[in-house]
Design a protein around this ligand. Structure first.
Ligand code: ZN
Length: 338
């Protein structure tokens, strides 16, 4: 992870990150200064859509961005797909992503086939790990080099930066924190088990606690931003069910974070997605549960922070990842032309 380049040439080279989420596809193109050049979000019910059609839609979003960037005179040096679940980085196969119902989906080859040989180099990485990379580029400016990024979406994942390095573990599974079994008698989880942490704190859990089936905030066809804005309005007007739902999520969030803080001793825990969006309702309560539960004095010096990247962290991390070859080879002699 390197310092961002400044200067005229930096504005012309771009990396694209595209995230496949449960509820949407999100794309961001960044230049070497880290400026957003193109941003797109397409609502999509990914678990309810066949994997091939999801890849069709993903390829269409990428193609559109490539055309836009080309029209502006920018050169795209790479595209990184941010996907949930366990991914084989060499083969580009998403082995298991329970929240979107993918098993052994050859995502990278599928995209290559759809985009054709003229496309820039493609790669794939886990969404939470890419989110952590994007957050680390913000946090390292404050001299923070040990952090855990917790995604706040339907699936809850973690990206762990330890000593400035992304932690992957022996088989690349490090960070699958959403499936910590914290309530064995709790709700069924998409992974087939019961009471995983994400069934207590994930976006679906919050919406389920806050609203009945049939309520617009639980309709995946409605843009997520709109649904969350509706829920914020309810919280702002003092709706007791919404506020109780947020308190419940905060309590369970604090419980899981206490575990992570004791095991990993991070300098910062950065909360993303809906945790950040509802941060003003969650943060005080999360901090106090963490204080009560954690073994290390003063939470081991750990600060709980809200992401400032909204729902874009994974796509941003993907764009940085796609730009990595330029940082390795600034003359651009090995970067592909797009
Ligand atoms: Zn689970």
């Amino acid at each position: 992870m390197r310092a961002l380049h400044r200067g005229a040439a930096a504005g012309r080279q771009c990396g694209i990150g595209v995230e496949i989420n449960v509820d949407y596809l999100s794309l961001i193109a960044l230049n070497l200064c880290g400026e957003v050049i193109v941003e797109r979000r397409v609502p999509l019910d990914v678990p309810g859509t066949e994997a091939g059609s999801v890849l069709d839609a993903t390829a269409a979003v990428i193609r559109d961005a490539l055309d836009t960037l080309r029209g502006r005179g920018a050169r795209t040096v790479g595209v990184t797909l941010a996907a949930p679940g366990v991914i084989n980085l060499e083969t580009g196969v998403v082995g298991y992503a329970p929240n979107i119902g993918w098993r052994q989906v050859a995502a990278l080859d599928g995209l290559r086939d759809r985009l054709g040989p003229a496309a820039p180099p493609l790669s794939v990485e886990n969404d939470a790990k890419l989110g952590a990379v994007a957050e680390y580029l913000v946090a390292c400016a404050a001299d923070i080099h040990d952090l855990i990024y917790v995604t706040g979406e339907t699936g809850v994942g973690g990206g762990i930066i330890s000593g400035g390095q992304l932690l992957r573990g022996a088989a690349g599974f490090a960070g699958e924190i959403g499936h910590m079994p914290l309530d064995p008698t709790g709700f069924p989880c998409a992974c087939g088990r019961r009471g995983c942490w994400e069934t207590m704190v994930g976006l679906s859990a919050l919406l389920r606690f806050a609203a009945d089936t049939g309520d617009a905030v639980r309709d995946p066809a409605v843009d997520l931003e709109q649904r969350l804005a509706d829920l914020r309005d309810r919280a702002g007007s003092g709706d007791t069910r919404t506020l109780a739902a947020l308190d419940r999520v905060a309590d369970s969030l604090g419980l899981g974070l206490a575990l992570l803080a004791d095991v990993l001793n991070p300098r910062a825990i950065v909360l993303g997605g809906h945790f950040a969006y509802f941060g003003d309702y969650l943060l005080d309560r999360v901090r106090s549960v963490l204080d009560e539960r954690v073994m290390a004095p003063d939470v081991g010096g750990c600060e709980v922070m809200l992401s400032t990247l909204g729902f874009t962290a994974a796509a941003r991390g993907g764009a940085y990842h796609a730009l990595e070859p330029v940082y390795q080879d600034p003359s651009g002699t090995t970067a592909a032309q797009a």
